[in-house]
Design a protein around this ligand. Structure first.
Ligand code: GLA
Length: 743
């Protein structure tokens, strides 16, 4: 079993194929402390030594004078509140007397096979023989509060997950004001910290900086994981790069408010905490009630960022995404949003479908504007019935017409929203999230529905289900276009208003779960004004998420680099759109746009009836490339060779078939090179002993592959590199295909 308890040493060892995580019970008081996380260990003898701290005597009970300095230095697995550890606490309560101290000590533990579900929450899963779980029960002796720490260890991936369940075993109600899902106290190695930042149309740009003293955290209180911050952080040894060096990744499986923070304290320690953001959170627990906190994924890589990336990709593909579509080639879609916005009718949609079908596009997705009185974005969210002025024959008929063309049909919804100008609002004004006496702020002229309420969820889902049952709809795009503000629920009592944001997320998860139960084969794509809710929580429900409203091929290099740092390419919604691009106004070659979209789920978001003959032809070449290579892109290993975000000149990454026999190299020359020379790029993930033939994948002409006649050894390609020819002009893409030459 991958989890072992060493009774004499009172130490728990959690082993994945290449990593070990050690924690143990220390001192006569039984504090649970962290000992080690890193490369897999062959033995643990003497590990308790590591608890000895120079800064203070390790005798808190016998020497009360030093108790506080002990608390402020000990490497806690779950930090206390208010008793002398002045670093970030993991938990905070308010009891009947108004007091908030908690000091957890070890009580018991249990080791189980497999991994249990987290009630109401998305989480990684594993079969009995694929994971083991350690539950350590901690208790605060003074109040009786119980904290169950869960650690699940995967047999085949270098990842560990942690979560916490808090049980009110005290005699009175209490308020949980803060509950982190994990706390890891590490030795400082002079770390850098890596996080992902952005805004609408500029999501998940990587940012790396030195971790100084004090706290550095990213968080959101927007009610969704957000465009601005990402529920992730990594600590990197200074020398860590794509190929080498130590990297610790922490990723939160949650879609709402979060805090991800690293703190470098007065001694050589770094504390990482991750959990629901304490701001806007307060949960009442009656005696006997429990609160389940969401899960954090931890991964250690001794092989740099690339190792972290591939650990997470494998974990998510094998142990998080549940969709029957996960390992399937997704239908190439065309979405009408950028083609028509709100200005369409049935004829227009069918004419787009007709042209698309001829080009080999496999599914038409009807975006915003098909329902209620939705002629613009000022109205009708919540009125999920067909607008028969636009779709005259009804949805069933439209789907039939599309199906007759040999295409699937998909539909857009935004179920969590309500327009003040809607039937739904007229009937149920109290269903919008709002504070009595305060006019709630509008975002895109809409309000957020209080889906913490069962009756609201039931009502909206019924409308959505009725539409989905009325037609052959095989795909749904579930959108969410504004953050939560003016937090107030008409259904919650005063002392439970602090529960709204988390109840909202639980409501969202429940709605998507019911949708998938009703339509098990549905291809669900999540979306939030582009990529405002791209997180592991949503991936549990949908195998793909719309990456960004910015479809410009160059902006996408940075957005998709940050996204693919954590998520498999098969998750990233990516489409070819028209130029000048609707968000940045840039014009890029059709082939470059095609390559950017091929690195994701692939599809089109433009009016094909207006495409030039040349672009139409190129569409079919891109489609041929998709069919030829999507298996490799979807299932392969991802390697990052060069970053445009870093060098401001060019971008390069690879998809490599597991085992290394085949690889695609995606190269974009963003800025034309002034001098006449080629560029040398070191490839990765190939077999050192094998020779590879190098072909060009043509995205702009009929012949799919052109053999360059070059054959090169894998080790040479990885150590010395490959020359990439100079391309003519800015924004030029080159897709190469390498295949092992077998004798
Ligand atoms: C959001 C989405 C877009 C589109 C519009 C429709 O912005 O990200 O793709 O669906 O909403 O209103």
């Amino acid at each position: 079993m991958s989890i072992q308890y060493y009774e004499k040493e009172r130490i728990f060892a959690l082993n994945t194929p290449h990593t070990t995580y050690l924690c143990g019970i220390a001192a006569q008081e039984g504090f649970l402390g962290h000992l080690y996380y890193g490369k897999r260990l062959e033995g643990i003898s003497g590990a308790p030594e590591l608890f000895r701290l120079e800064e203070s005597p390790f005798t808190p009970e016998n020497n009360d004078r030093d108790r506080v300095s002990f608390f402020d230095a000990f490497p806690f697995e779950y930090s206390s509140h208010g008793v002398g550890d002045f670093r970030e606490s993991s938990i905070k309560i308010r009891d009947e007397g108004g007091h908030s101290t908690v000091s957890p000590v070890y009580e018991s533990h249990e080791i189980r096979r497999g991994k249990e579900k987290l009630p109401g929450l998305p989480a990684t899963f594993a079969k009995e023989d694929e994971a083991a779980t350690l539950v350590i029960n901690l208790r605060d002796p003074a109040t009786g509060l119980k904290m169950e720490l869960s650690y699940s260890v995967f047999e085949n991936v270098d990842a560990i997950t942690r979560s916490v369940r808090v049980v009110n075993e005290t005699k009175a109600p209490l308020y949980l004001e803060k509950v982190m899902s994990c706390c890891v106290d590490m030795e400082d190695q002079g770390f850098d910290i890596l996080t992902l930042h952005g805004s609408w149309a500029r999501e998940r740009h990587m940012e790396r900086k030195s971790l100084g003293h004090g706290k550095f955290g990213v968080s959101t209180v927007r009610g969704e994981s957000s465009h601005q911050e990402h529920p992730f952080l990594a600590l990197l040894a200074k020398n860590a790069d794509q190929n080498g060096g130590e990297v610790y990744g922490f990723h939160f499986v949650y879609s709402g408010n979060f805090l991800a923070q690293a703190e470098r304290g007065q001694f050589s320690h770094v504390r990482v905490v991750m959990g629901i953001c304490p701001e806007e959170f307060c949960w009442k627990l009656e005696p006997g009630e429990a609160f389940q906190a969401p899960e954090v994924v931890l991964t250690y890589s001794g092989e740099g960022l690339g190792g972290m990336t591939r650990n997470l990709h494998d974990l998510y593909r094998n142990h998080l995404i549940r969709s029957p579509w996960l390992h399937k080639k997704r239908p190439i879609l065309i979405n009408n949003w950028e083609a028509t916005y709100f200005d369409f009718n049935e004829e227009k949609i069918i004419s787009i479908a007709r042209k698309s079908a001829k080009l080999g596009i496999e599914m038409l997705v009807l975006d915003d504007g098909w329902f209620g009185n939705r002629f613009d974005d000022n109205r009708s969210l919540g009125d999920w019935y067909v607008n028969t002025e636009k779709i005259r024959g009804g949805m069933g008929h439209l789907a039939e017409e599309i199906n007759k063309l040999g295409m699937k049909f998909g539909l857009w919804f935004e179920p969590e929203m309500i327009s003040p100008e809607s039937e739904l609002y007229r009937q149920h004004p109290d269903w919008a999230i709002a504070v009595p006496g305060r006019r709630p702020g509008r975002g895109r002229n809409q309000l957020v529905l209080d889906i913490s309420r069962r009756e609201v969820r039931d009502h909206v889902l019924k409308m959505v289900f009725d539409v989905l049952h009325s037609a052959n709809i095989e795909y749904v795009k579930w959108d969410m276009n504004r953050p939560l503000t003016d937090l107030g629920s008409a259904a919650l009592p005063a002392d439970r208003q602090g529960e709204l944001c988390h109840r909202y997320v639980l409501g969202l998860y429940e709605m998507q779960e019911r949708l998938l139960q009703e339509f098990p084969n549905l291809l669900l794509e999540n979306c939030s004004g582009g990529g405002g809710r791209f997180d592991p929580g949503m991936l549990y429900f949908s195998p793909q998420i719309w990456c960004s409203d910015d479809t410009d091929a160059i902006e996408r290099l940075m957005i998709q680099e940050g996204t693919s740092l954590l998520y498999p390419l098969s998750c990233m919604g990516a489409h070819v759109s028209v130029c000048p691009n609707h968000v940045v106004g840039r014009s890029t070659p059709f082939a470059t746009r095609g390559m950017a979209a091929l690195a994701g789920t692939f599809g089109y978001e433009l009016d094909v009836t207006k495409l030039s003959e040349e672009d139409k032809k190129m569409t079919s070449f891109q489609i041929a490339a998709y069919h030829a290579f999507n298996n490799l892109i979807r299932e392969g290993d991802y390697y990052r060779n060069a970053s445009y975000l870093e060098n401001h000149l060019y971008d390069c990454f690879q998809a490599v078939e597991k085992g290394g026999a085949k690889s695609l190299v995606f190269y974009t020359q963003v800025i034309g090179q002034p001098a006449r020379h080629s560029r040398r790029i070191r490839l990765m993930g190939l077999k050192a002993e094998a020779d590879y033939k190098i072909c060009t994948v043509n995205l702009d002409r009929e012949e799919l592959l052109t053999d360059t006649g070059r054959v090169m050894n894998g080790d040479l390609l990885m150590q010395a590199g490959m020359n990439v020819e100079r391309l003519w002009g800015d924004f030029q893409a080159k897709l190469l295909y390498l295949e092992e030459v077998r004798a």
